[in-house]
Design a protein around this ligand. Structure first.
Ligand SMILES: *Cc1c(COP(=O)(O)O)cnc(C)c1O
Length: 227
């Protein structure tokens, strides 16, 4: 399978899931997760119509920022260390993985130096698994509030990574819980905060995620093959 035919398949499955859920396809965006894949494959995917790419590792992303000349949009989806934020300032469109205020403060500081602001999502560890990053559900509301006071940060929504199950339907409760949490945060009307995005769903479970309200699905393996 080529990247372009994989992308076509994935996009068809996204469309079908959105239709099943009665959702407008305009509010479901594909983030192609290109970690551990060479820049040439990112360019292939771009030429096949894919514009948004998600990366996990700062060093790898910085290398690719230099290599990929096409106007792709970069998202950070992996755990981020505060001391690496400076390498990304102004160069990524969305950071999905903000899970603590110290990280948000550093993003605020680095983007502020450029006179820019950074869109972020708050990562929530719905399952409570100790191996996963993310705030608790209660912690998320507090973190969103604290982020809303930082002048160069714009909170756009929430992200989660449920536990791995063979059965994609088993992940649904985690997705619906994230959606509920985002509604609770919307209802608390925090100034400057928009709960517009729900980043949830990967290769194994993105259709369930879309049916449960995902606006950003992060898909690697189904596009680029096994890592
Ligand atoms: C690697 C990764 C993905 C993509 O996973 P696939 O199963 O390859 O689709 C999505 N989100 C995060 C946070 C990841 O680290």
């Amino acid at each position: 399978m080529t990247i372009s035919s994989n992308l076509e398949q994935v996009n068809m499955r996204i469309q079908a899931a959105a239709e099943r859920a009665g959702r407008d396809l305009a509010y479901v965006r594909l983030v192609a997760v290109s970690k551990n894949r060479p820049s040439a494959e990112i360019v292939d995917a771009y030429l096949a119509g894919q514009a948004v790419f998600g990366e996990n590792y700062v060093q790898e992303l910085v290398t690719k920022l230099g290599e990929v000349k096409e106007p792709v949009q970069w998202h950070v989806i992996g755990h981020l260390q505060s001391n690496k934020v400076k390498y990304l300032a102004g160069q990524v469109a969305l950071i999905h993985s903000v899970d603590r205020i110290s990280l948000a403060q550093e993003i605020d500081r680095q983007w502020g130096k450029l006179g820019k602001s950074c869109d972020i999502l708050v990562q929530v560890n719905i399952s409570g698994e100790v191996t996963k990053s993310g705030t608790t559900e209660e912690g998320a509301i507090q973190l969103v509030k604290e982020c809303s006071m930082l002048p160069n940060i714009k909170v756009k929504g929430l992200m989660t990574m449920p536990p791995f199950f063979d059965d994609p339907d088993a992940t649904r409760p985690y997705f619906s819980e994230l959606k509920k949490l985002s509604e609770v945060i919307t209802d608390s009307r925090i100034a400057g905060v928009e709960m517009r995005e729900l980043s949830m769903g990967m290769s194994g479970d993105f259709e369930a995620a879309i049916e449960e309200g995902a606006t950003l699905v992060r898909i690697g393996t189904a596009i680029f093959g096994e890592r």
